[in-house]
Design a protein around this ligand. Structure first.
Ligand SMILES: C[S@@+](CC[C@H](N)C(=O)[O-])C[C@H]1O[C@@H](n2cnc3c(N)ncnc32)[C@H](O)[C@@H]1O
Length: 234
């Protein structure tokens, strides 16, 4: 796999994506009911892919979600006994929605900003996870070292991302999200297949990596990869 792609200033990606997701938040109103989901869905196809067991028992643990959106998954962690549950998102408006929904829960903290920058300020964590979040939208060669630094030895990293579609090049991509209004917003994401992810995780000090490939229900070019690995010991 190639790692000699041109270096892109990470804050450029973060501000492009913050613009898009703040716009989406402004259209995505009416989510202020604080119902915690019954489980964690790792794909956008309910019931497909693993569930909450993929993270294991969170009671007493320090947990962060990178790219938490409106917060339901990190709220699940808080509601299931996490000692600390931090939701990080680059879009201020998404965090405002998350606060409105879940601020009544114990142990929850919210951070607005790029995952790598915010994570660097957090205490040591037991679990770091992301569901179509920062591990998909930010350069993993910048983010994985920070996650490695913040996770305790043997701590768990779990995340889901879409893999490249057939024939699509891997690496940094810019796509357009089209809103119902017809407005098109650029988003930056990073796309790798299962082998490339295993290699990236290995290269950045993670062990025991597992990759589950979950196919979209209908004929669709999309495939979600659900991954988990442990931070190597010191
Ligand atoms: C597809 S949404 C997923 C939200 C949530 N995880 C869920 O499953 O509903 C992607 C989220 O990642 C956030 N995001 C994108 N780039 C980020 C970055 N560099 N740091 C933190 N959050 C980021 C976006 O603002 C957006 O809320």
């Amino acid at each position: 796999m190639q790692h000699d792609m041109p270096q892109v200033e990470p804050m450029v990606d973060a501000s492009v994506n913050a613009h898009a997701w703040n716009h989406i938040a402004a259209q995505d109103l009416g989510q202020n009911v604080g119902t915690v989901p019954e489980g964690i869905e790792w794909t956008c196809w309910p019931g497909r892919g693993p569930g909450s067991e993929f993270l294991g028992d969170l009671a007493g643990l320090r947990v962060a979600e990178l790219g938490c959106g409106t917060g339901e998954h990190i709220a699940y962690a808080a509601a299931h006994g996490a000692r600390l549950a931090v939701g990080v998102d680059v879009a201020e408006q998404r965090i405002a929605q998350a606060r409105a929904r879940f601020d009544h829960l114990p142990a929850l903290l919210w951070r607005v900003g790029d995952a790598a920058q915010e994570l660097a300020e957090l205490p040591r964590l037991d679990v770091c996870f992301s569901i179509y979040g920062a591990l998909w939208y930010a350069d993993p060669t910048q983010l994985l070292p920070v996650i490695h630094n913040r996770l305790r030895p043997d701590g768990l990293l779990a995340f889901s991302v879409n893999g490249p579609r057939t024939g699509e090049l891997s690496g940094r991509r810019v796509d357009n999200l089209t809103l119902d209004s017809g407005v098109r917003l650029p988003v930056v994401h990073y796309s790798y297949d299962a082998d490339a992810w295993r290699h990236l995780l290995d290269e950045h000090g993670f062990t025991d990596s597992e990759v589950l490939a979950v196919q979209a229900p209908e004929a669709s070019p999309y495939r979600t990869l659900v991954l988990r690995a442990r931070r190597s010991g010191d």
